[in-house]
Design a protein around this ligand. Structure first.
Ligand SMILES: Nc1nc2c(ncn2[C@@H]2O[C@H](COP(=O)(O)OP(=O)(O)OP(=O)(O)O)[C@@H](O)[C@H]2O)c(=O)[nH]1
Ligand SMILES: [Mg+2]
Length: 339
């Protein structure tokens, strides 16, 4: 159905998508803000970007608080930029005092990188978010991917501790550990071992990194043989020692995904997930609009509140009838009728 504002809205979205594809960071940043606010204008732009999505290597960076994820991402971004690829960093709920989620903090952290046209940085606060953070981050990943960033680094806290499950979003999940954080226990507990494609044992400039790396390798050795054994890379994000080796491990994992067909599989899984998500939302919106338009919504609500109907059976019944094209009304509110 075309509304009065549809044509100008479409033209605005087209102009916007063009600016974004031309590399305008402000257009990208604004789109991500609208994604966060769940503004329908964001979908108008994302719709146009869809054909461009699917090229970037998305690396999810997770691990315990204070393990050095942010510091390592900065070091990785610097190394990538030195080699050429453009980088987008999306940080979910950056909790350390170092980043604080504040723009000023980001600028200090990124230093010279903050003016690099090949680097895009954005943080997401999970506190006070109106739900759907996971969707917002997934859409933001799509936006930076379409914008042409070749590597996307997404920082979240450890598995199960955040609404955003990074392994769902990423091609490669990088788990960052550090000595003396009780990380070996943490890894087993939080299921990090299961999600990790690559391990980084950070803070190798401090004592204990070798032991932590050894424990992880021992744990990995216990399981059955796998097509991909996660490499365990010791490094120091602070000094930069070992960061190049980590980058190579990440690239090897990407090559493995492509060669084994898992890259394509991931694209299909993500397409199924996204389509299911959007379809669910669309169906719910259409169902509610229909029930409200025919004036039966309030009557059904009353029937459930008065305990005349149970919502379990009723919702199944309504869904069946809506899909068949008819909804009816509660008994006593008029005859059931087709629409
Ligand atoms: N010695 C040493 N300290 C490091 C290294 N990497 C990070 N740190 C320090 O560890 C602390 C935490 O680093 P962050 O990068 O903020 O860690 P994070 O995992 O992002 O923390 P959250 O976002 O709060 O979960 C900071 O004080 C860093 O300076 C390293 O390689 N060696
Ligand atoms: Mg951090």
């Amino acid at each position: 159905m075309a509304s009065a504002g549809a044509e100008p809205a479409r033209r605005a979205a087209e102009g916007w998508a063009e600016r974004l594809l031309a590399g305008e960071k402000r257009a990208l940043a604004r789109l991500i803000t609208l994604i966060e606010e769940r503004d329908p204008a964001a979908s108008d732009v994302l719709r146009l970007l869809h054909p461009r999505v699917g090229q970037a290597h998305v690396v999810g960076v997770t691990g315990a608080a204070g393990a050095g994820k942010s510091t390592l991402i900065t070091a990785l971004a610097r190394e990538l930029r030195a080699r050429g690829p453009s980088v987008a960093v999306l940080a979910v709920d950056p909790s350390s005092p170092l980043t604080g989620g504040a723009l000023l903090g980001d600028r200090i952290r990124l230093g010279d990188l903050s003016t690099d046209p090949g680097l895009f940085f954005r943080s997401f606060a999970s506190r006070g978010h109106l739900g759907g953070l996971s969707r917002a981050v997934a859409d933001a990943v799509r936006a930076v991917d379409a914008a042409g960033y070749q590597a996307v680094l997404v920082e979240t806290v450890g598995a199960g501790q955040s609404e955003v499950e990074v392994s769902e979003l990423a091609h490669t999940t990088l788990v960052v550990l550090a000595p003396n954080l009780g990380d070996d226990v943490q890894a087993a507990k939080a299921g990090l071992l299961e999600v990790a494609d690559v391990f980084a044992v950070n803070k190798a400039d401090l004592p204990g990194a070798r032991e932590t790396a050894g424990e992880i390798r021992a744990m990995l050795g216990l399981g059955p043989a796998r097509p991909w054994t996660p490499p365990v890379v010791e490094l120091s994000a602070r000094t930069g020692e070992g960061v190049a080796g980590l980058l190579e491990a990440l690239e090897r994992h990407r090559d493995f995904l492509v060669a084994s067909g898992r890259w394509g599989e991931k694209l299909r899984r993500s397409a199924a997930h996204q389509l299911r998500d959007l379809l669910g939302e669309e169906l719910l919106r259409a169902a509610l609009a229909r029930l409200e338009a025919e004036g039966s919504w309030q009557a059904w609500v009353e029937a459930v509140a008065r305990r005349e109907r149970d919502p379990y059976t009723l919702s199944e019944e309504l869904a069946r009838r809506l899909l068949a094209g008819a909804t009816g009304r509660p008994r006593g509110e008029g005859e059931a009728r087709g629409l």
